[in-house]
Structure formats: C-alpha cells, structure tokens
Ligand binder design. Structure first.
Ligand code: MN
Length: 290
C-alpha cells in the first residue's frame, strides 16, 4: 500500500491517480511527553487492515489536486549512510571538493551521520540552496522507514522492523564541516512522494534508482550495488542507536553526485516506489553569518 501525507497532515492511501483520506482511522491524540518516534508510522501495521476494509467506502480525491508532504511527519532521527556504493567512493576520492582532503575507504571507517529532522520537506516543496554560492549536491537514495522499536537487530530479522520504503534526497553542501552540519540546513532532506509498505517491496536490495537534473541523467544504479545492504545497514544502525517508528535511514547514494543550481528541477526515481520532480528555489536561502 502507498501511504502519503498531504494537505496539512492528512493521511492518505494512493491508488493510481487517486488519494483516499484515511486520517480518521489513526489515533492522533496528544500525549506528553510525546513518546519518541512518529505516532502515525508506529500505528501503521495495526491500522492497515482497517484501512483495507474501509477503503471502498471512502470517496477519493485526485492525486493531482493534493499537496504531498513528507510521508513521515516527525522522524526522531534521519540517519545517513555515507560511502555505501563503491563507485561513489571512487568518485569521492577523485574529487577534492567532495573528499576535502580525506580518503574514503569503508562505511565502517566513517560511521553514520544524523541529519536534523528540521531539514525535512516533501516533494511539493522546494529545496532552497543555503551557504551562499557554495556547492550543493544532489544524492538520491533508497530511504528505509522504521516501523517499530529496534535495538541490536540481527541482520536476518532486520526487514521485520521496516514500515516501508520511500525516496530520499540527501542534499549536501560540500566542504570541511561535519556532515551533520552540511547536510542539515532547512530543505536539505526530501522524502516522498509516499511510503510504500514493506510487503510490496520484498527485496529492497534489487531496485533501480536514478536522478536527473533538468532532464539530464546524473545518477543511475541499482541497490544491488549497496556495500552494506538494507538488512546490514539497519543492523549496523541499531547496534548503536535505538530505532523508533518513523526513524529514517538514507541508505547511501550511488555515483554521479553533482551540483544543483537555483532554478534547477530534479527528477528522482526508485523502482516500485515512484518518480517525482522537485524544484530548487530560484534564490539562495538568506544567510546570516554566525
Ligand atoms: Mn547521502
């Protein structure tokens, strides 16, 4: 099932050109302190059967008439996996603007990084280049959305903890600052257009993915080429962090990263999920030097 968030926090099921508003099937009462994790994603597994049952009674909206927001409203963490495709390691080591004097070897040598969840937008929004004129790159990635609390997950069981998959853009300013800083300005994390529940993607390690800028192909690969595959990257992350429902793991970008400029249009694709277009705003974000 394809689950979206739209028009100010409505929850929808996408079927072909239609969206069925199923918001009222979820419990959304306030608790304080709010438990860690995204409350809607945490209920997904339980609510999906009811959703299936009620769907025929709901009058759909046209997908083209709604404004899509990030399918996860409130991830506790957006976890990034750097250098998880060999060809991207090679290109990074060959480009001083990417490696900034470092030599990348393995993902484990580098670890994971966290992107601020305030950087998150959906596909109807615009990416706004920060850092004045510095180089902002696109990185298209398969994004895993965690469905239930996970800690020390064994590789073999890792997919049981997945709610579903979506397309991630891990927008990145190149430079010497920490990845947490360079990859976390507002709008630098894109998720969408919807989440595809894990039952529809039995093998996340064999999905084509691509990215075009202004119609020109920049990235084209398959998740078969991941160094740490989806199971292993979940196990690796959960060895360190307790994962909560709605936590997102961006699994890493394939080769072909490169700059985007104000006014560009990015087209991102992951097989069995979707294709979406997103625009880079025509102006740089206002920048006040700290
Ligand atoms: Mn990345």
């Amino acid at each position: 099932m394809k689950i979206c968030r739209f028009n100010h926090d409505r929850i929808g099921v996408v079927q072909e050109d239609d969206v069925y508003d199923v918001t009222d099937l979820f419990e959304r009462q306030l608790h304080w302190p709010a438990p860690l994790g995204d409350a809607v994603i945490g209920q997904l597994e339980k609510v999906l059967d009811v959703v299936r049952e009620k769907l025929p009674g709901i009058k759909p909206l046209k997908l083209s008439s709604v404004r899509l927001e990030s399918p996860v409203a409130n991830p506790g963490k957006i976890i990034g996996a750097p250098v998880n495709y060999h060809a991207h390691i090679e290109e990074a080591n060959g480009d001083s603007e990417i490696n900034n004097g470092k030599t990348f070897t393995t993902l484990e040598a580098y670890g994971l990084f966290l992107k601020a969840n305030s950087s998150l937008i959906g596909t109807a929004d615009e990416i706004q280049s920060a850092f004045g004129g510095r180089r902002t790159d696109h990185e298209v990635e398969l994004a895993v959305v965690i469905g239930k609390k996970a800690r020390h997950v064994p590789v073999e069981a890792a997919l049981d903890y997945v709610a579903g998959y979506t397309i991630g853009l891990d927008m990145s300013v190149r430079g010497g600052e920490t990845p947490c800083y360079r990859k976390s300005p507002d709008t630098y994390s894109v998720l969408g257009p919807w989440l595809v529940t894990r039952d529809e993607i039995p093998d996340p390690d064999n999905l084509d993915l691509s990215l075009h800028v202004n119609g020109e192909v920049r990235q084209q690969a398959n998740t078969q080429l991941l160094i740490l595959n989806v199971r292993r990257v979940i196990a690796y992350a959960s060895a360190l962090y307790t994962l909560h429902p709605g936590d997102v793991i961006m699994t890493g970008t394939p080769a072909g990263v490169g700059p985007v400029l104000p006014g560009d249009t990015i087209k991102a694709y992951v097989e069995n999920i979707a294709t979406f277009d997103i625009r880079v705003a025509p102006q740089f974000a206002d920048q006040v030097e700290g």
